[in-house]
Design a protein around this ligand. Sequence first.
Ligand SMILES: *Cc1c(COP(=O)(O)O)cnc(C)c1O
Length: 376
Amino acid sequence: MSAVNAMQRNSDACDLAPGYIHAIAPYQPGKPIAELARELNLDPDSIIKLASNENPLGVSPLAMQAMQQALADIARYPDGNGFELKQAIVQKFGVAMPQIVLGNGSNDVLDMAARAFLAPGLEAIYSQHAFAVYPIATQTIGAAGVEVPAKNFGHDLDAMLKAVTAQTRMVFIANPNNPTGTLLRADELLRFLRALPAQVLVVLDEAYNEYLAAELKADSIVWLVEFPNLVVTRTFSKAYGLAGLRVGYALAHERVADLMNRVRQPFNVNSMSLTAAAAAINDHEFVRRSCELNALGMEQITQGLAKLGLSFIPSYGNFVSFKVVDANKTFQQLLRRGVIVRPVAGYGMPGYLRVSTGLEAENARFLEALKASLAE
Ligand SMILES: *Cc1c(COP(=O)(O)O)cnc(C)c1O
């Protein structure tokens, strides 16, 4: 009997999948409304979901209009180069078209960065409590993920710099970070970029950038001129209200973007998403209203949490993580009251729950349900 046959008798394909794939902790998404409705036999309309940092205002009206027109063309493949959306990005940010990488959500561009630049034997650095996609993207390649302890729940850039070795090719930074909501100042980031060796790419994930007050926004896209090892990622999932469509992008030096585009699936962004995003990027009124609502919601929720005697991590995103005695118990109690929030034990924060800002009435209902749950 051949060696191959002998192997087939002893182990199956799953046993033989690489150890680094077996080691991946699967991403835990927020619970969908329909799932909770099925499980607890609730009316879906009675459930509020504040679990995935979605936009409570829904979809940008300009995007909605554009999608209705795009629907008629759905039999055709999308524009694999995404010309129209790239053109809109060029006009907004003054970058050149070859600097853009479009993704099926910014998750996709994070993954492309890992696939283009990492390999077994190489390392990527990210912070404790940082976005869960960084370890997943790194481990998928068989590269080593180096998790650096956080400082006050935020990125400790000095410690991350010290963690760089000859094998390091990538550092992931979420600014603001999810689920902690912490923000690095522009001067801290600049100092970090200047200190980093040229062979290390910095993937600066700015998924919540639109929510920041103007004076808190870093000039990250301008920095691309000075730092050919910088990759800035943005998304249409949050302030633009297109999470279900899955569209995001990276801006980088042309050579970096070229390598990322090589590992991109030919039609990774669908035609609906391309059209909607190109319209949404110019819907300044919608983004302005989203930010305004978020600021009010953040005030309402954090004041409510303080009133309940709960501590929370001050957040610059559209969500806030707060501390309870038994996060899993409170999560379940909230579910029974039709309120979905997000447990963050998988982020090394077992005592915390994360709540996204919603409409005023949704925030109020969350706070009432929380108060009742804690009193049970
Ligand atoms: C929500 C989020 C994203 C965006 O993911 P998409 O794939 O664009 O929906 C990226 N990074 C962070 C830190 C996020 O919280």
